[in-house]
Design a protein around this ligand. Structure first.
Ligand code: B12
Ligand code: SF4
Length: 453
């Protein structure tokens, strides 16, 4: 039995096609969902993982599969439907799962044979069994998997053209920020895989560099942080010589021992959501965690960097409280905080989030011709109606934010500071140039502004 697992591309996302641009190798990330599905697949299936980000295969000339499984974030949904339509025309049953299928079940059900909502661990073997017997159900619900159902991903099924491997050590987030899908999708309970299991999987990753995809690697509660410390200690003792980057909340900076252990275990960079330069903005987004009394962001960033860990700061532009000048203001805050790279994203109502419910009920979804318009839901396009900005206005704010932060002088200053402090200057240079290149590509696409209705 032949199974294709497909990660559809989105041509509007600058991470398409590794051979087109030398920086793209650092922008394509392994589709971990499909690597986990492969691990959950019984051994008598012959599995091929197709990541369209590495280049589009000629689906007409490859051997006909018995089943196709497609994953998709919302921004990949319409390409997913094109791929599904191709295989369905051939009479091959198509199963779709992942975040978009879960949040937009009715839409997806119209376009594929079967939908898996939630996490796959509890249902995937059953899906394949039903498909084998010709009895696929229209829908399966995997819900939130118990921790003992997690399996190590298959790390050897994709070609070696990725700069980073990938691993997941926890799922879920209790914080439920208004713009984020994680609590709605993975639940509020923070589930942590056993440390030894994670270290064993880390060892099996062929790449030297690894993306830890957890939404918050260290968690929010002292017992989560204690587990993170145990993980870092065990990783360091295992001496795997891996370098990894991860996402965490700002409390990462609050514990010197945690930082030292993370660095010792191979942590080279951390992605932190600062989201807004003002407390009003943080309140609007429900990012209460960043509002802790006495929080000093520049000092927190410096503490992390002192352990030779680079900080990527993420902000959201276009909040209801944002006014003209917000682009410059975000760039100034990012410089003041001292982050190594800045990632600014448009406020985007993603299906299933509180923000979606709010904006939808206020008729503020501007790009709403679905499924076609899903391709713009990359957070790098203004898809909503903003309170104080026209589409052109908010785009200008984004451009001035990035121009200010990624000016030649700005990049040189940051790379020089990384060099002086022996904080991975090469990684800092690659990160800055790669973000700058992304911004340039986005600007090209903004020129097609006529698509904003
Ligand atoms: C890693 C990651 C990335 C990587 C993606 C790497 C890759 N190729 O997959 C990168 C950095 C490239 C990325 C980019 C983006 N991301 Co992202 N990303 C994540 C993150 C943190 C983890 C995803 C992951 O690997 N999880 C581990 C795997 C094992 O879990 P999983 O994907 O959920 O898969 C399980 C189930 O969903 C299910 N399943 C999944 N697919 C399928 C398919 C079938 C057939 C079946 C049966 C089951 C199934 O089974 C799996 C096992 O249980 C999530 C947050 C999250 N917790 O999901 C955000 C997340 C998915 N990203 C998000 C967003 C918005 C984006 C971007 C649009 C914007 C951005 N700048 O972040 C871009 C889109 C790029 C594009 N291609 O269009 C949103 C998506 C919301 C939505 N409705 O689409 C999320 C949920 C974060 C959030 N804050 O809301 N992202
Ligand atoms: S943005 Fe981060 S902290 Fe907020 S709900 Fe999402 S994962 Fe949790």
């Amino acid at each position: 039995m032949r199974l294709y697992l497909i990660n559809p591309s989105n041509p509007l996302v600058s991470i398409a096609n590794v051979s087109a641009n030398r920086w793209n190798r650092y922008r394509v990330w392994k589709p971990l969902s499909l690597m986990v599905l492969a691990a959950l697949t019984p051994p008598d299936w012959e599995i091929t993982i197709v990541d369209e980000n590495l280049g589009l295969p000629d689906y007409h000339s490859i051997p006909r599969p018995n089943v196709v499984g497609i994953t998709a974030f919302t921004s990949q949904a319409n390409r997913a439907y094109q791929v599904a339509a191709h295989f369905r025309r051939l009479g091959v049953p198509v199963v779709m799962g992942g975040i978009h299928a879960t949040m937009c079940l009715a839409e997806v059900l119209e376009r594929v044979d079967s939908v898996v909502t939630g996490e796959a661990e509890a249902v995937w073997a059953q899906v394949l069994d039903d498909a084998r017997r010709g009895g696929l159900k229209r829908q399966y619900d995997g819900g939130h998997s118990a921790i003992d159902r997690f399996v190590p991903a298959c790390h050897d099924l994709l070609p070696g053209r990725y700069a980073f491997g990938a691993i997941q050590t926890t799922r879920g987030c209790p914080l439920n920020c208004s713009f984020c899908s994680v609590t709605a999708f993975n639940g509020a309970q923070y589930r942590q895989r056993p440390v030894l299991e994670v270290v064993r999987e880390f060892r099996a990753i062929p790449e030297k560099r690894v993306l830890v995809v957890d939404d918050n690697l260290i968690g929010t509660h002292p017992k989560h942080v204690a587990r993170a410390k145990e993980l870092f200690r065990t990783l360091a003792a295992a001496n795997l010589h891996k370098q990894w980057i991860a996402q965490a909340t700002i409390n990462f900076a609050d514990d010197e021992e945690l930082l030292a252990l993370a660095a010792e275990a191979g942590c080279r960079g951390v992605f932190i959501g600062f989201e807004s330069p003002t407390p009003e903005g943080l309140r609007e987004l429900g990012k209460k965690f960043n509002l802790a009394r006495g929080r000093d962001f520049p000092a927190s960033v410096r503490r992390i960097q002192r352990h030779n860990i680079l900080v990527v700061g993420s902000f959201i532009i276009g909040l209801d409280i944002d006014e003209p000048g917000i682009g410059e203001r975000i760039a100034a805050a990012a410089r003041q905080y001292g982050v190594d790279t800045l990632n600014t994203l448009f406020l985007t109502p993603l299906p299933g989030t509180r923000l979606w419910d709010e904006m939808n009920s206020e008729r503020r979804i501007a790009l709403g011709a679905f499924p076609d318009d899903w391709k713009y839901y990359t957070l790098t396009f203004p898809v909503a109606r903003f309170k104080h900005f026209t589409p052109e206005g908010i785009v200008q704010e984004m451009i001035s934010c990035n121009r200010r932060f990624y000016s030649r002088g700005g990049i040189l200053r940051r790379v020089w500071s990384a060099l002086r402090n022996q904080r991975h200057p090469l990684l800092s240079l690659v990160g800055n140039l790669s973000y700058r290149d992304n911004c340039r590509l986005d600007r090209k696409i903004y020129q097609m502004l006529s698509w904003i209705r």
